[in-house]
Design a protein around this ligand. Structure first.
Ligand code: FAD
Length: 310
């Protein structure tokens, strides 16, 4: 059995952020021995995704960001637009692959964080922490005991809520024939797209250079659409609203994020805490999930490094 002060379950946005903060040198507080467990490649792993988030000035992942914008534009449904400088904020785009590489490099050089690839099966609290049973890809059991466990595995079921809407979207990474974009300005909340009978819809345009951008169609509503509906909406948005001209789609991304006013139990048992989306980071009141995840994991890491209760 492996022993550590902290076990982190899941190496997505929250798990890697917390591990990264705990991997840093001791000048940032006392060292905290940590085991990071992530599911082996396969169905438990999330697909590649692109995180966008607000940050004032420089941030800890700037070396890995694909792009950042200091000007934003929005369009109301009549087409009227409003554009402004967002100083001191910046809107940043970070691809999950780049984030994983960036954090992976730091973890590989850390004496405090050990990584294991094994799917967690059970977490059982005991008198001095919790025991985690996991299984590697080739079926070997792995047991870890930790004083504190931070679990970012997705919840099997969302907690009961008064309201649960879905933020569901599809994005195209496009390359245009002509220089169609201003890479200094992000277009958010473009309400010039047709509105659904219930809920709302908007387009998004995040240019990374004069020819390349992420073009996204998003709905906030109760149910997802059939795949072809997102494709048609994106096609209309790109052709009729953005008037991109000739372009090719180089990659796509799809997501469904529940937006709920449910209360998430932060603590699953005396030594086991939930972090990330499983800890309520996707609630609308927390703002952008990636930013909420950063606030959450910074608070946890600061407490642990100071020797306080997390
Ligand atoms: C396409 C897409 C785009 C998005 N864009 C944004 C955005 O722009 N801004 C934003 O703030 N949010 C965005 N989101 C929401 C995003 O999901 C969250 O911001 C973020 O990934 C949540 O982090 P997390 O660590 O809670 O979960 P995840 O990042 O999903 O990580 C969960 C981890 O748990 C692991 N895991 C699962 N089961 C097990 C198991 N049994 N054992 C061990 N490990 C396990 C998985 O391998 C994974 O590493 C987007 C989501 C998608 C899908």
């Amino acid at each position: 059995m492996l022993h550590a002060e902290v076990a982190i379950l899941g190496a997505g946005a929250a798990g890697l952020s917390l591990a990264h903060r705990l991997s840093h040198p001791a000048r940032q507080g006392r060292p905290v021995s940590t085991v990071l467990l992530d599911a082996p490649p396969g169905p438990l792993r999330p697909p590649r995704r692109t995180w966008c988030y607000w940050e004032a000035g420089d941030g800890r992942y700037d070396d890995a960001v694909t792009a950042e914008w200091r000007r934003l534009r929005v369009h109301d449904p009549t087409g009227r637009s409003s554009e402004d400088d967002i100083a001191p904020l910046r809107y940043k785009m970070l691809r999950s692959d780049d984030f994983e590489r960036h954090v992976g490099h730091a973890l590989a050089h850390s004496d405090d964080v050990r990584r294991l690839e094994a799917a967690v099966e059970t977490v059982r609290g005991d008198a001095d922490g919790a025991e985690i049973l996991a299984r590697t890809d080739d079926g070997r059991p792995v047991t870890v005991h930790a004083r504190w466990v931070f679990d970012s595995r997705p919840l099997a079921r969302l907690p009961a809520a008064r309201t649960t809407l879905l933020q569901h979207f599809r994005g195209w990474f496009v390359r245009t024939d002509r220089p169609a974009f201003d890479p200094g300005t992000a277009l958010l909340m473009d309400f010039r797209v047709p509105q659904p009978p219930q809920g709302l819809a908007f387009g998004y345009l995040l240019p990374t250079d004069r020819h390349r951008a992420l073009v996204e169609y998003t709905q906030f509503s109760r149910a997802v659409l059939p795949e072809h509906a997102y494709e048609e909406a994106l096609r209309r948005y790109a052709d009729d609203v953005l008037c991109l001209g000739g372009f090719e789609v180089t990659a796509t991304e799809t997501g469904v994020i529940p937006m709920t006013d449910a209360r998430f139990a932060r603590r699953a048992s005396p030594s086991v805490f939930r972090i990330g989306a499983a800890g309520g980071a996707t609630r609308p009141s927390t703002g952008y999930t990636f930013s909420a995840v950063q606030r959450q994991t910074r608070a946890v890491a600061d407490a642990l490094r100071a020797g306080r209760h997390p």
